[in-house]
Design a protein around this ligand. Structure first.
Ligand code: ADP
Ligand code: MG
Length: 682
């Protein structure tokens, strides 16, 4: 686009070579960059009623000078000037530090405005700015820009205002008229003008609303275009299987599917039958029955003459899945095998050969599955369980294995709606939003660490009834060593406490897989009644007789993770309990514990978690893949995000979008991102 907006910033009066260099450092090169450089906050000189102002808040008030100023020096340089000010009904103090020359400027009964920090207890404003002739200030709200080098905030204000006057009229709208009028959005020119020089908070709100929508719409257009492209342009496997054989398998299950399970099975199998490649996310709360759905999908691929792979994050989980899949599939002559890092030597070579010969139908394993030496004869479907624990890179390698197999990502950490439609916006999503009938909710309590003795006797009471208990100690990556020690300490305390009565086992990531195996086996056979463990038991582990869980230092976990952990109990028919041991210091920490005791709904928790911790922390730093927005906030502007997603989907799938003049600016944005030509969006 050849617009004057692309002219260099040196065309602005006052921007010489040197200033231009500093502006370049702020990524401002062209006029358009200058106009798009939005304030990061505003200085608010709007008058406020002191009754509404919180302690330590910044405020601007208008008042009458009520006393002669009093000036005190401490040392030669430092001074304090105090006056009494009548603000409405309140008599308050205004204090100016180190500006003795103000003393002569005040006269009694004069009206002035002061800006500064409000100390509610002392009824004092520590002044940062005084206006002795209030009516002359032209603006109540002034933009503040982040700046570098020789550029000043005042300079930025001047450059931008010049740029707006000279070039503002050339700003074009990207959003077509029908959408602008549908949502009563400001034009782009108006929105940009207001952002740089707002008259009121209401104006600012409207300008922001418009820019947020634009940002989301463009983002969602990219996502939806990518999704459409991946669906329609990707060459995938067109599975074809006998529906009656699949139904025979489903009716042989020990229970009927819930209607949510039926629905997602339908969504997945119909994807499998289509010629493009499936790229689907399956979400379901802990215990909602994802494993069965995975098994049905795997059976479909086997019935079509292909092999399936199930990839999970830990060896324990892999072993459990193998066991349950074997018992499901044995009657159907489907061969299921396990491949993890600890399968070695001859056994490994044999397995790899069988896999290559197509003798193994379903392979279950850890990330060992995606190593180069592992080749399938005919891989048709890859499923990953607890998907977000695999990095983005591993996800990609996985999709490139074999002849573009269909891919299903499963996750038991319900992903907040916001993130599901941003981070995973290019995927299709299936949700199991219903629990199998007859589940009891897990009663959750929050206790302080000093109540440990009572908790131990609670554990004892459950064990007397024949049940078992987990005791979880935190493990966070940065200090793994320390935390393992933590589990070891707790283990020895409990062993001592329950000596001669109950067996206490210990599980953590430092054990060899043989050791882990044998501990898990002891626990699942009830040879061990109490399992002290780090979070390695977090995902998937299934011991229905365990009805009790105690989580040490619960405040160190995220809500979703606590929910995951808690999901290890409540798997049988008995009432289960979860006790969170925590002494959180902050209000947020306390709030989190309260939320845990109040809700058992993983989706609700994940939303709360996101609100409390923010998007950056939700998945952990390593692989957040979080998009960055300039104006918009994914959490608080969620409604707009949803609306923009729906609009983007409709646009992308309409014919008009690809031909009409009015959509040209939007198409140009897509073209620039390379999606329409099939290059990747990153
Ligand atoms: P998750 O979604 O956490 O992976 P699982 O697949 O492990 O859940 O299922 C949890 C438990 O619920 C398992 O014991 C499973 O056999 C059982 N289950 C799954 N689907 C149903 C159903 N439709 N009716 C009754 N029980 C079910
Ligand atoms: Mg599972």
């Amino acid at each position: 686009m050849n617009s004057v907006l692309n002219n260099p910033i040196t065309e602005i009066k006052g921007v010489g070579e040197e200033i231009a260099l500093h502006l370049n450092e702020m990524h401002i090169y062209k006029i358009i960059d200058l106009l798009d450089y939005l304030p990061y906050r505003y200085e608010d000189y709007q008058l406020r009623d002191l009754a509404e102002v919180k302690h330590e808040e910044r405020v601007t008030v208008e008042g009458k000078v009520h006393s002669e100023p009093s000036l005190t020096y401490f040392g030669r340089q430092r001074s304090r000037l105090t006056i009494r000010l009548l603000v409405g009904r309140y008599l308050v103090k205004a204090v100016c530090f180190n500006r003795p020359y103000f003393k002569d400027k005040f006269s009694l009964n004069q009206t002035i405005t002061v800006t500064g920090k409000w100390d509610q207890h002392r009824q004092t404003i520590t002044v940062s700015d005084i206006n002795f002739t209030p009516s002359t200030r032209d603006k109540d709200i002034e933009p503040v820009y982040s700046i570098k080098g020789k550029v000043t905030v005042k300079g930025m204000r001047r450059f931008i205002s010049l740029a707006l006057n000279q070039y503002g009229q050339f700003i074009e709208d990207t959003i077509p008229l029908p959408l602008l009028s549908k949502y009563k959005l400001l034009s782009k020119i108006d929105a940009i003008r207001i952002m740089h020089s707002p008259k009121s908070h209401e104006d600012l709100k409207q300008a922001r609303r418009r820019l947020v929508y634009e940002e989301f719409l463009l983002f969602q257009l990219r996502m939806q275009a990518l999704r459409k492209y991946e669906r329609e342009q990707s060459k995938g496997i067109q599975h074809s299987f006998s529906v009656s054989l699949l139904e025979a398998f489903i009716s042989a299950l020990p229970f009927p599917l819930t209607s949510a399970q039926q629905r997602v099975v339908e969504e997945i199998t119909s994807d499998l039958e289509k010629p493009f490649r499936m790229n689907r996310l399956l979400q379901g709360d802990v215990g909602s029955g994802k494993t069965i759905v995975a098994a049905i999908a795997l059976y479909s691929t086997v019935l079509s003459g292909y092999q399936g792979a199930l990839m999970v994050p830990t060896e324990i989980l892999a072993e459990q899945h193998v066991q349950s899949l074997k018992s499901l599939f044995n009657p159907f002559n489907v061969r299921v095998e396990l491949l993890t890092g600890s399968v070695k030597g001859k056994r490994r070579r044999e397995l790899l050969q069988l896999l290559l010969d197509g003798k193994i139908h379903i392979l279950v394993g850890t990330h060992a599955l995606i190593q180069d030496e592992v080749s399938f004869e005919k891989l048709g479907l890859v499923i990953t369980d607890e998907q977000h624990r695999f990095g983005v890179e591993q996800r990609r390698v996985l999709r490139e294995k074999g002849e573009s197999p269909d891919v299903l990502f499963m996750t038991a950490t319900p992903i907040p709606r916001t993130l599901a439609i941003t981070v995973f916006g290019e995927m299709d999503v299936s949700v199991i939003d219903e629990m199998p009938a007859g589940r009891k909710t897990i009663e959750t309590y929050w206790a302080k660490h000093d109540m440990l003795t009572r908790i131990l006797s609670f554990i004892d009471k459950e064990l007397v009834k024949g049940r078992q208990a987990y005791v979880i100690c935190p493990l966070i990556e940065e200090s793994e060593k320390l935390d393992v020690q933590n589990a070891i300490d707790v283990h020895s305390t409990l062993t001592h406490h329950f000596q001669g009565k109950w067996e206490v086992g210990l599980m953590h990531g430092r054990l060899s897989s043989e050791e882990k195996d044998s501990v898990m086996k002891d626990f699942s056979q009830n040879d061990v009644q109490i399992l002290v463990s780090t979070t390695v038991v977090e995902v998937g582990v299934n011991v229905p007789n365990a009805t009790m869980m105690v989580i040490y230092d619960a405040e160190r976990f995220g809500l979703s993770q606590l929910h995951q952990l808690r999901g290890r109990v409540g798997r049988g028919s008995e009432q289960s309990y979860c006790i969170l041991l925590a002494d959180p210091k902050s209000e947020v920490g306390k709030e989190r514990m309260r939320i845990m005791t109040e809700t058992n709904d993983g989706f609700e928790l994940s939303e709360k978690d996101l609100e409390l911790r923010g998007p950056g922390d939700f998945f952990g730093k390593k692989q957040s893949g979080m998009p960055e927005f300039k104006v918009a906030d994914m959490v608080h502007d969620y409604r707009a995000l949803e609306v923009a997603r729906d609009d983007a989907t409709k646009l992308i799938n309409s014919k008009a979008f690809w031909v009409d003049e009015q959509y040209l600016p939007l198409r140009e944005v897509l073209e620039k991102s390379g999606i329409l030509t099939g290059e990747k969006l990153d």
